[in-house]
Structures are given as structure tokens and as C-alpha cells.
Design a protein around this ligand. Sequence first.
Ligand code: FAD
Ligand code: AMP
Length: 473
Amino acid sequence: MYDVIIIGSGPAGYVAAIRASQLGLKIACIEKSSTADGSTQLGGTCLNVGCIPSKALLDSSHRYADAINHFSDHGISVSKPKLDISKMMDRKNKIVTQLTTGISGLFKANKVTQVFGHAKIIDSNHVEVTSSDNSEVLETKNIVIASGSSPINIPVAEINHKDIVDSTGALEFESVPKKLGIIGAGVIGLELGSVWSRLGSEVTVLEALDQFLPMADKRIAKDVYKEFNKQGLNINLGCKVTSAISNNKAVSVTYEHDDNVSEVTFDKLIVAVGRKPNTDNLLDQNCGISVDEKGFIPVNDFCETNVENIWAIGDVVRGPMLAHKASEEGIMVVERIAGKHAEMAYNLVPSVIYTHPEVAWVGQTEEDLTQANIEFKTGSFPFAASGRALASGESTGSIKVIADKKTDTILGVHAFGPSAADIVQQGVVAMEFGASAEDLGLTIFSHPTVSEALHEAAMAVNGQAIHIGNRKK
Ligand code: FAD
Ligand code: AMP
């Protein structure tokens, strides 16, 4: 009898398993994925086909583009760099293997039992596990569902794994497509579009919505849109793809824009229209849990389902589909199972788009606050006024701090610029401790760092920034 069975070994499941084990609980983590040679494949989407491989390629492609476009700015001349895609992919694959085998090591060190096979919940105390050569029923006191998500397939652009691919296929191209189409200007579409654009593809992004990055700060989204188009991502808003047909040589894509129908041809097409929760054959019809209209498992703020002792975390439940949100939910849930009073600060889950420059934010936008009738004040600082950003030749973008008008408490931090993810993370820490803009302004930041832009933006909230003209309040 286990204390907890965890279904799925992505960042939700494996982190929950390790924390649970630290708390003295007897744990099994069930994972259905295996590699082509039949060996185990822990780590979920994030490590295998998500965060990690995409960041490996973003980093490699950034270096390549930097050598071509910016080395000469520093007085360094190099002959045109040669691209070895297969070496780039090998590097990415090695990193993935290193990390996924690392999880296996962590499981062993923490005495987490690894079970390989497809899990199905029979009831709150029984999970059936089926693999190619075995089927067994495991007994447990608690179940944590961490089954994650998969790319959404749309019937108008069916994945053929050759020239119409999802995000997984887009991490494995063997050569640089000359003309690359992307359906969807969400985070994944923009990151993968950046990779291939930097490596030489002519990229066209088709996005059904009229608004670009609707979840981000409006002003920042406008700057990002301008910059990405400048970089060669040709982003077309208000373009709904209605068909994509491959003749094995090229993909013909039809889309509607206003009342017009247009056609465009690509060598490869990436379908990046979002992800759906994994619940196929997961829940026995008598187990008491059913999914909502979008396929998510309904949970409360503590990730409890409607059945006692069954919990669900990560991409399979509501909220942003992000690895760090998944992991934190994992920790909260097993701590609660162990009798602690953990909770999640859902308002402090940061979002990042790992393009160059990065886009990152935490907390509320001006639009959110206006809608909620909360009075606020803002302070912004452009990276063009940061000494370090200028010294690095990375002065695109800006950062904005939003604070409550009366209490000065920081309510949001939004950035587009160099190391935006790491800078916004400092805002997350400040917000976690309930800091005011003044607190952040009184904090000492090392000089010269790009983080100083956050310091200045916080000071600008109360008209006290040093390196820009402050608006009269
Ligand atoms: P998953 O990682 O999807 O793991 C679920 C696991 O459960 C899988 O291994 C699956 O095989 C297993 N499973 C499912 N059903 C069963 C079953 N019935 N029995 C047994 N096992 C089962 N997020 C970020 O925060 N930062 C990023 O930079 C980032 N980049 C991304 C880039 C790409 C290209 C993609 C696709 C995603 C990216 N994400 C990123 C999102 C991130 O990968 C997910 O939010 C995260 O992996 C969710 O974790 P999870 O544990 O809930 O699910
Ligand atoms: P995300 O959910 O953030 O990964 O983003 C996916 C994006 O794909 C959303 O902005 C959708 O509007 C967009 N999208 C979905 N279907 C289509 C379609 N048929 N044509 C163009 N864009 C689409």
C-alpha cells in the first residue's frame, strides 16, 4: 500500500514525488512514456519535448544569429558561420538525456518507486497500470493526477509528422526549411518561430486573433510585435487558417483575413494552437471524477478534485500551462497530504517568452486593474537608458512596475528586454514579501546590471527615477 501514487513524471509529478518522499511518504510515480529503444522516459513534456529542448535550440540559434548579425558591432569579424544542424540537435538531445536520467537518479536517491505503464484510476484507492507485457492494480491512500497535456490538433491542419508538424516535430527538423509557416502566435509559436528564423527560415506566423499577446501588458505587447517583425517573424494577426494541404513537396495553407481568403505555400508548417489536457483512458467511469467541457480535471485552489484523496496538478488542471506552476502545485499537494497547510500564490506565477529579447511578466496588467476598479500608478524605464544594456548592445525594450495608488504595494511587473525573465523574477520575490515600489526603490542594486532597470522603474512609480526625466505626479 502506497501513501501516494502519482500519475505522470513531468515537472508536476516528479517534483511532487521527491517532495513527498522527503516528507516520509511511501511513493510510486507511474509514467507511460518510453523511448524508441524501450528505455524509461521520465520528465514529461518539459524535459523531453518542451522547456528544455526548446531552450537548447533557442540558445544555439541565438549564438548563430548573433555571430552573423552582431559580432561586427563589437569589432569582431568572422567569416560566415557554418551551420551543423545535426550537431545542434545532438547537443539538445544530450541535454535532454542528461536531465531525464538525472530524474531517474533523484527517484532512486529518494526511494520513489518508478512504475512504467499507462495508469487508470479505478477508485480513490486503486490504480491499474498496463504496460506492453503486464497489467497490475496498485493500492494507495492518495492519488495525484499529473498527466499533463499534449499539442492540440486542428482538423483544418492535420499533423502528418513530415511537413505539417506540432511543437515536438518542430524541435527535430533535419534541415532549415526555406519557407516556414506557423499557425498561432502564442508562446510556443513565437519561440519556435524565433529558432528557425534565426537559422535562416523565412517565417510567417498566422494568428486568428486581432490582438497580439492578449495576456501581456498592452504597451509591451506593441513593442514586442514591432521588434519581432523587425527580426523577421512576419506576424499576421486576424488570419484564421481554414485549411492546410500537403502534396509532399509543399504545404498549401488557406486563411481568412477580414472577408478575404488568401493562400500561401510553405516548405513546413508548425501547428502551435495550444495544448489539451491528457485524460485519455485515465479515469474509470466509476471513479467519480469527470472532466470539464475543455477536458480539464476540475479542482479547487488546493488542487483537490471532487473525490476525497484524489488530487490533480499541472497542465491537466486550470491555470497557465507552465512548468513552475505545475511543480509548485505538486509541492503544495503532497505537503497538504502530509498534514501541512501549504498554499499556492496563484497571483505570483510569472510568465516568460524566451525570445530575444525576452518577454516576462508577473501580477496584474493595467487593463486587469482598470477592469477590477483598482486605482494604480506606474513607473517605466527603457533599457536604452541602462548603462549595462547599452554596453552589451542589448538596449531594446523597457520595464514597467505597477503599484497600488494608495498603498504603493507592487501589483505587477512587466518587461521586454535583456534578461527580462530574471529581472521580473526579482519582482516576484519582492511581491511575495508584499513590497512597495518604495521598498524596491530603496533596495541596492549592483551597478552596472540590467536589473537596475527594475530599480529605476520602481523609483519612477513615485517620480524618483534617476536616469530618466520623471513625469510630474
Ligand atoms: P507533462 O510535462 O506533460 O507531464 C505529464 C506526464 O504524464 C507525461 O510524461 C505523460 O507521458 C504522463 N502521463 C500522461 N497520462 C498518463 C497515464 N495515464 N499514465 C501514466 N503516465 C501518464 N513551460 C515553462 O514553464 N517554461 C518553458 O520554457 C516552457 N517551454 C515549453 C516549450 C514547449 C515547446 C512546450 C510544448 C511546452 C513548454 N512549457 C514551458 C510548458 C511545460 O512543458 C508544461 O507546462 C509542463 O511540462 C507541465 O507539466 P506536467 O507535469 O503537468 O505535465
Ligand atoms: P497558445 O494557446 O498561447 O499556445 O496560442 C495558440 C494560438 O493559436 C492562439 O492565439 C489562437 O488564437 C491561435 N489559433 C488557434 N486556431 C487557429 C487557426 N485556425 N488559425 C490561426 N490561429 C489559430
